[in-house]
Design a protein around this ligand. Structure first.
Ligand SMILES: Nc1ncnc2c1ncn2[C@@H]1O[C@H](COP(=O)(O)OP(=O)(O)OP(=O)(O)O)[C@@H](O)[C@H]1O
Ligand SMILES: O=C(O)c1ccc[n+]([C@@H]2O[C@H](COP(=O)([O-])O)[C@@H](O)[C@H]2O)c1
Length: 189
C-alpha cells in the first residue's frame, strides 16, 4: 500500500492541513494519509506549543470522519526532538510491505537542507504543497519530488493562534469539532 506521511506540530491542526492531505490523495496513487503528530520540531522554539497529547486529540477529532486519514503518535515513543528521518526509518522497518511518501508544505521543503540526514531524506518520495511566500519553481525538481498543482492556502497555525488571542472567531479555519475543543478547553488564550 502507498501511504502518505504528513508530519507536523499541528499547533493546532487547521483546514489547510486537511485540504493538503486530501489533495495528495486525489493526485497520487495513495491509499491513506497518516497524520504524524510531532511532540517537538527540532528547529522550532515555540513558546505557545500546546501539550502534545492535546494536539494529538485535536488531530484525531479533525480526521475521525474520514476513513482515508489515520493519526499516528509514533513520535511520542521516539527520542525528542522529533527527527523525521528516524521516524521514517521506524515506519519503513515496522511496515516493510508498504511504500511511504512524505507530504509537506513548500516552506518545510525549502528548509530540508537543515534537517537531520538531509541527503538521505531528499532521496525519498516527497509530495510538496506550495505555500504563499515559499513558491518553488517546478523546473528545479528531481523525479522523486512531486509538486502538487493546487490553490494556495493562506492559512497557518500561527495566524489561528493569533486570532484566538485577539478574541476573534476561527470558524472555517479549523474543523467545527476542533473549534469546540479549543473553546471548551480555553486553549491558546
Ligand atoms: N497553508 C499551508 N500551505 C502549505 N503547506 C502548509 C500550510 N500549512 C501548513 N503546511 C504544512 O503542513 C506541515 C505541518 O505544518 P504545521 O503543523 O507547522 O502548520 P503551520 O500552519 O505551518 O504552523 P505554524 O504557523 O505554527 O508554523 C508542514 O509541512 C507545513 O509546511
Ligand atoms: O528531522 C529534522 O531534522 C526536522 C527538522 C525540522 C522539522 N522536522 C519535522 O517537520 C515536521 C513539520 O514541522 P512543523 O513544526 O512545521 O509542523 C515536524 O514533524 C517536525 O518534527 C524535522
Amino acid at each position: 500500500m502507498n501511504i502518505g506521511l504528513f508530519f507536523g506540530s499541528f499547533n493546532p491542526i487547521h483546514t489547510g492541513h486537511l485540504i493538503i492531505a486530501s489533495t495528495a490523495l486525489n493526485n497520487l496513487p495513495l491509499s491513506q494519509v497518516w497524520f504524524v503528530v510531532s511532540p517537538q520540531n527540532p528547529l522550532k522554539k515555540n513558546q505557545s506549543l500546546l501539550a502534545a497529547d492535546k494536539r494529538l486529540l485535536l488531530v484525531q477529532k479533525a480526521t475521525e470522519d474520514d476513513s482515508r486519514f489515520l493519526v499516528s503518535d509514533a513520535e511520542f515513543n521516539l527520542p525528542i526532538p522529533s527527527y523525521t528521518i528516524d521516524t521514517l526509518n521506524y515506519f519503513e522497518k515496522q511496515y516493510s510491505e508498504d511504500t511511504f511518501y512524505l507530504i509537506m508544505g513548500s516552506d518545510s521543503f525549502l528548509q530540508l537542507p537543515q534537517w537531520k540526514s538531509y541527503k538521505e531524506l531528499s532521496e525519498k518520495n516527497i509530495i510538496v504543497y506550495q505555500r504563499p511566500d515559499y513558491i518553488i519553481p517546478e523546473t528545479t525538481l528531481a523525479a522523486n519530488i512531486t509538486l502538487l498543482k493546487s490553490p494556495l492556502l493562506n492559512i497557518s497555525a500561527t495566524s489561528i493562534r493569533d486570532l484566538i488571542k485577539d478574541g476573534k472567531n476561527i470558524k472555517y479555519l479549523v474543523p467545527e469539532k476542533v473549534q469546540q475543543l479549543i473553546e471548551q478547553g480555553n486553549l491558546y488564550k
